[in-house]
Design a protein around this ligand. Sequence first.
Ligand SMILES: [Zn+2]
Length: 196
Amino acid sequence: MGHDGRFQDSRRGLAHYADLLLVVCPRCGGRASVVPRPGLPELRYDTELLYRPRRLVCAGCGAMREWTAERRGNALVGITLGGPDEPFFGLPLWLQVPCCGQVLWAYNARHLDVLDEYVAAGLRERTGWPAMSMLDRLPAWMKTAGNRTEVLRGVQRLRALVDLSAPSDRPSAAAPRPDRATGQEPAGSPYFRSPY
Ligand SMILES: [Zn+2]
């Protein structure tokens, strides 16, 4: 927030918030984390997060998965960020709730902080950089003044989920997926309940 109460966009892309993605664990259906593989050199650019090796870890059940970027020739093919699915393992994000007839989602608490501050601020400044920031790319329904109260309520609901991790805490919008690695159904999976 600027000195006069205006919100100033730090011009960060969504990749800046992609160092930690809270997701639905493919094994237990609780909250797991997708993080860059530990022990790698320090980041020079946020966009390196799009192709660095990743690790999924679940403190609840001990599940662990590894992801490495596809290689095409000498280049690594990075993932594309956006939407309520996590792009490395294809898992649903833990932080997602229905809001204004759409789905409000976020990667982690830091991402929520910025969304919260931006939506709450009535006056927004742009610095005129050519690159599109995460906030530039927010859909119109999140920026409409008429939806502000409902979007802020959605952000609060997501905030309450950040520290919860049991399968029973999982928001209903985040339906667990079968585990690609083991073919097993997570706890409480609607895929498991469905006869089809
Ligand atoms: Zn788990």
